[in-house]
Design a protein around this ligand. Structure first.
Ligand SMILES: Nc1ncnc2c1ncn2[C@@H]1O[C@H](COP(=O)(O)OP(=O)(O)OP(=O)(O)O)[C@@H](O)[C@H]1O
Ligand SMILES: O=P(O)(O)OC[C@H]1O[C@](O)(CO)[C@@H](O)[C@@H]1O
Length: 322
């Protein structure tokens, strides 16, 4: 095993609160072990272009709380091509990088799997996405903050919904994973929660919404990947009852921003530290995560896209969400 003296780190895919805390965890642990640390900017784009900066923990510690990512991020079309990945490999060789840490979601780890076919440097992953759609960790960085933001905004919408006795269909993020919808819906006493994984029979829900008691609000949380979707759901409700007073609200990218929650700050510090220590212990091509509140390392091919909507959540959804 080659001695590690120089680590590269980057953030990739959608930004998520807690990424800066993870960068601080990486930088501080690298410093403690006398390692050089380079940050590649804009995800895989920075690897391809050789766009890198030297990182040290004194700048990063002031930004532990901040949402977004100081290294910036991107969805890189070029890294999907072999030419892009070959160029990235040359950049790593030229800069004498001995190991690479990626902070991102399932796409980022698929990228590392593809990269590992041509590049045998040790890669370490840190789960950073608001979607919480990865196996190998109970929570991804940013999920807790995003749910808190969603809940804060849904509470506000409920105030106006109650005042007007309106039906509100509120779309939350999560791509094709309903985790944010379940947590924000249960946490706000929603009347119904629609998620991609549930395979709903919508008839009952739509009828309930269509004939709702006009003396009350009716709040439905709809995950953006749900098979029905907010506009078609609204249309169907209107078909059942053209008189209903209905509004749609899409929370959108507000869910990705804002200061990281206490939970995400701590998670970032833990996982950033664990990633550097795992590399120093000779581990490669694994993601650092937290399972049952214990640090855990899971190979990339096992972490990509396993939805965590388990039996317990499904049964909660049956009781509270439809
Ligand atoms: N099969 C693949 N081969 C090579 N690179 C890939 C592959 N899949 C994804 N990538 C790279 O990983 C980047 C990040 O993936 P993606 O845009 O899906 O975000 P993500 O990491 O899943 O984060 P989020 O969950 O926040 O969207 C892509 O833009 C692309 O450059
Ligand atoms: O910012 P973009 O590229 O529009 O991506 C939005 C997507 O990214 C996420 O915020 C994180 O994966 C998803 O919930 C959402 O579907």
């Amino acid at each position: 095993m080659k001695t590690i003296k120089h680590i590269g780190v980057f953030t990739s895919g959608g930004d998520s609160p807690g990424m800066n805390a993870a960068l601080h965890g990486v930088a501080k642990t690298a410093e403690m072990n006398n390692l050089r640390l380079s940050g590649f900017k804009k995800g895989y784009e920075g690897l391809i272009d050789g766009d890198l900066v030297q990182l040290d923990s004194s700048q990063l510690k002031k930004n532990v709380h901040r949402g977004g990512t100081l290294l910036k991020t991107a969805r890189s079309k070029r890294f999907l091509t072999l030419e892009g990945r070959q160029r990235a490999m040359q950049i790593l060789e030229t800069n004498k990088v001995d190991a690479l840490i990626a902070i991102g979601g399932d796409g980022t780890f698929k990228g590392l799997l593809a990269f590992s076919e041509i590049c045998d440097l040790p890669f370490l992953g840190i789960p950073g996405t608001i979607d919480n759609d990865l196996a190998g960790t109970d929570f991804t960085l940013g999920f807790d903050s995003a749910v808190n933001t969603a809940i804060e905004n849904i509470d506000k919408i409920r105030d106006t919904a109650e005042s007007h006795n309106r039906i509100f269909l509120i779309e939350v993020m999560g791509r094709d994973c309903g985790y944010i919808a379940i947590h924000s819906g249960l946490g706000t006493g929603a009347d119904a929660i629609l998620i991609p994984e549930s395979g709903h029979d919508f008839t009952q829900l739509l009828e309930k919404a269509g004939s709702y008691d006009r003396e009350e609000a009716f709040v439905v949380i709809v995950s953006e990947g749900d098979e029905l979707g907010v506009e078609p759901a609204a249309k169907k409700i209107k078909e059942i009852n053209p008189e209903v007073d209905l509004r749609i609200a899409k929370l959108g990218h507000v869910q990705r921003g804002g200061n990281a929650s206490a939970f995400d700050r701590m998670l970032g510090i833990r996982l950033g530290t664990a990633a550097v220590e795992a590399l120093l212990h000779g581990r490669k091509n694994v993601m650092a995560g937290i399972l049952n509140n214990q640090l855990s390392l899971t190979p990339f091919d096992q972490v990509v896209k396993e939805h965590q909507v388990n039996d317990e959540l499904r049964s909660l959804l049956k009781i509270f969400g439809s």
